[in-house]
Design a protein around this ligand. Structure first.
Ligand code: FAD
Length: 470
C-alpha cells in the first residue's frame, strides 16, 4: 500500500508529491497527458526549433515561491533567466511605464506626480517581503502568520478593490500598469481584494524579478519530477484517472484537478456545485522572423509586455469577457518574449512570442485578428515578422488540460470571496468529504500561477493525517 497517490502532474501535484516524498512517504503520481507539467510545459507548437510555452511563461510567483525556494531545483536543471526589465507597459504615444527590479526606476516611469505615492505604497512591504509572501501564500491558516502585523497592514491596503488602491495615483500611467497587473488573474478591477493581486505582482518584481526558465517552463516541471524520482517517487504518464478504482491502494489521494473533476471521480455528487469558473482566454503562440518591433524602447528589453492603452480600455475588455459574454474588440493582452534573454527557444535571429486575451467561458470564435490589430498599435510591422502561429481558444485549452474548464486558465473564477476562499468557504480548503482524499490544484489557495504553494499547503494536511494514522 502506497502512502499517497497524486492525480495530475502540474506544478501543484508535483510539489505535493515532492513534499510528501521528502518526508519519507511513498508516493506515485498519475498524469493524463504523455508528458508531465500541466500548465508548465514547453513544446514545438509551430516550426522545428521553435520551443513554445503553451501555458505559463513568466514566473514572478515561481521564483518567489517559498515552496520552490526550499527545494534544490537548480541541481535538477532549473535556471531562472532575468530579462533587463521584468515588465513593460507601452502606451500609444511611444513611451512606457515599467516594472523594474528597482523601485526608483519603476516610480520614475509613472511620472513625477505619482513617483512618491508608488514608493510609499511598496517600500514598507518590500522590506518584509519574504515573510509576507509566505504568510499570504499560506492563507487561510495552514500556518500561523509569522508577521501578523504586516499581514494585517497588507490586508488593509489589498482587500479593497484595486480601483481604490489606484486612487492614490494622479496619472494614467500608474493606474494602467496596475490595472494590467490585476488582469493577470482575470479579476474584475473593482472586485474584492484585487488591490492585493496588483501589489503581489509589483512586490515580486522588486524582490526577485519576473524571470523565464531557461529552455522553457517545462524545465520547472522536469526539475520537480527529477527531484521526486531521486526521493523515491514514481510518475506514470498517459494515465487518465476516471474513477478512484483506477488508482492503486493508498492511505491518501491528492488531486491536482478541478473540483468538478474530483467530484466526478470520487463520487462527491454536488459537493462543489457552487464553485464558479471564470472567463476563458484565447492564446496565440508565434514563431517570428526577429524581435517584436515595439515602438517603446523599454518594451524591447522586457520579458513580459502588457497591452492595453489605458485603464478604461483594460476594464472594458475584462467586463466584455467576464460580464457581457462577448469577446472584446480591443483585448487586454499579456505577452511574453522569452527570446530577449533565452537564446535556446528559437533558431538564431528568430524568436518565439506568446500572447493571450480574455474571452467568455467556452467561446468558440477566433480572436487572432483582434490580437494582431492591438499588437500593431504598439509594434507597427508586427504582422510582417510572423512566420507561423498556433492558436488555442477555450475549447482547445480545455482539451489540452481538463483543469481549464471552459478555457479558464485560473481553474475557477478569481472574484468575490472565491478569490481567497476556494474551492469552498472553508478554513480547510484542501480537505474533501472523504478524510483520505485531498485537493491541491490552483482551485485552492493561494490560487492560480506556477508556485506550487497549493500543493505545498495541501501536502501539510496530508502528512498530518498520515502521521496521525501511522
Ligand atoms: C495560456 C496560459 C498562460 C499562463 N501563464 C502563466 C504565467 O505566465 N505564469 C504563471 O505563473 N502561471 C501562468 N498560467 C497559470 C498556470 O499555468 C496554472 O495556474 C498552473 O499550471 C496551475 O497548476 P496546477 O498544478 O494547479 O494545475 P495544472 O498545471 O493545470 O496541472 C494539472 C494536471 O493534472 C492533469 N489532470 C487533470 N485531470 C486529470 C485526470 N483525471 N487524471 C490524470 N491527470 C489529470 C492535467 O493533465 C495536468 O497535467 C497560465 C496558464 C495558461 C493556460
Amino acid at each position: 500500500m502506497l502512502d499517497a497517490v497524486v492525480v495530475g502532474a502540474g506544478p501543484n501535484g508535483l510539489t505535493a508529491a515532492v513534499e510528501l516524498a521528502r518526508r519519507g512517504f511513498s508516493v506515485a503520481v498519475f498524469e493524463a497527458r504523455d508528458t508531465v507539467g500541466g500548465g508548465a510545459r514547453t513544446e514545438e507548437l509551430t516550426l522545428p526549433g521553435f520551443r513554445h510555452d503553451p501555458c505559463s511563461a513568466a514566473h514572478p510567483l515561481g521564483i518567489n515561491s517559498p515552496a520552490f525556494r526550499a527545494m534544490p531545483l537548480d541541481r535538477y536543471g532549473l535556471e531562472w533567466l532575468h530579462p533587463e526589465l521584468p515588465m513593460a507597459h507601452p502606451f500609444t504615444d511611444g513611451t512606457a511605464a515599467v516594472l523594474s527590479r528597482s523601485v526608483a526606476e519603476t516610480a520614475a516611469s509613472f511620472g513625477s506626480r505619482d513617483a512618491g505615492a508608488y514608493r510609499r505604497l511598496v517600500e514598507p512591504f518590500l522590506s518584509k517581503w519574504d515573510t509576507l509572501a509566505r504568510d499570504f501564500m499560506s492563507l487561510p491558516l495552514t500556518a500561523l502568520p509569522r508577521d501578523p502585523v504586516t499581514l494585517a497592514r497588507f490586508g488593509l491596503v489589498g482587500l479593497p478593490p484595486s480601483t481604490w488602491l489606484t486612487r492614490r495615483f494622479h496619472d494614467e500611467r500608474a493606474k494602467t500598469l496596475f490595472a494590467g497587473l490585476v488582469a493577470h488573474v482575470m479579476a474584475p478591477l473593482d472586485g474584492f481584494a484585487t488591490g492585493a493581486i496588483g501589489l503581489v505582482f509589483a512586490l515580486a518584481a522588486h524582490a526577485r524579478g519576473w524571470p523565464v526558465a531557461r529552455g522553457g517552463s517545462q524545465s520547472i516541471s522536469d526539475a520537480l519530477t527529477a527531484y521526486l524520482k531521486d526521493l523515491g517517487g514514481t510518475v506514470h504518464t498517459d494515465y487518465e484517472v476516471k474513477r478512484l478504482d483506477d488508482l492503486p491502494p493508498a492511505r491518501a489521494y491528492v488531486f491536482d484537478t478541478s473540483p468538478t473533476a474530483l467530484a466526478r471521480i470520487a463520487g462527491f455528487g454536488d459537493y462543489y456545485a457552487n464553485y464558479r469558473y471564470g472567463p476563458g482566454v484565447f492564446k496565440v503562440d508565434y514563431a517570428l522572423d526577429g524581435p517584436v518591433p515595439w515602438t517603446a524602447r523599454e518594451a524591447r528589453t522586457a520579458g513580459t509586455v502588457q497591452i492595453g492603452a489605458d485603464s478604461a480600455e483594460i476594464g472594458t475588455a475584462l467586463r466584455a469577457a467576464s460580464r457581457e459574454d462577448r469577446a472584446p474588440d480591443k483585448p487586454f493582452m499579456i505577452t511574453v518574449q522569452p527570446g530577449v534573454v533565452d537564446p535556446t527557444r528559437a533558431p538564431e535571429g528568430k524568436q518565439v512570442f506568446w500572447a493571450y486575451g480574455h474571452v467568455p467561458s467556452g467561446w468558440t470564435g477566433d480572436l487572432t485578428d483582434a490580437i494582431e490589430r492591438q499588437l500593431e498599435r504598439f509594434a507597427p510591422g508586427f504582422r510582417d515578422r510572423v512566420l507561423a502561429r498556433a492558436t488555442a481558444g477555450p475549447p482547445e485549452l480545455a482539451a489540452r488540460n481538463a483543469n481549464y474548464v471552459g478555457g479558464d486558465i485560473a481553474s475557477g473564477a478569481v472574484s468575490g470571496l472565491q478569490l481567497l476562499l476556494r474551492p469552498k468557504l472553508s478554513l480547510f480548503p484542501y480537505g474533501t468529504p472523504h478524510p483520505a482524499v485531498f485537493i491541491c490544484s490552483s482551485a485552492t489557495p493561494p490560487g492560480p500561477g506556477v508556485h506550487g504553494m497549493s500543493g505545498h499547503n495541501a501536502a501539510k494536511a496530508v502528512w498530518r493525517r498520515l502521521r496521525q494514522h501511522s
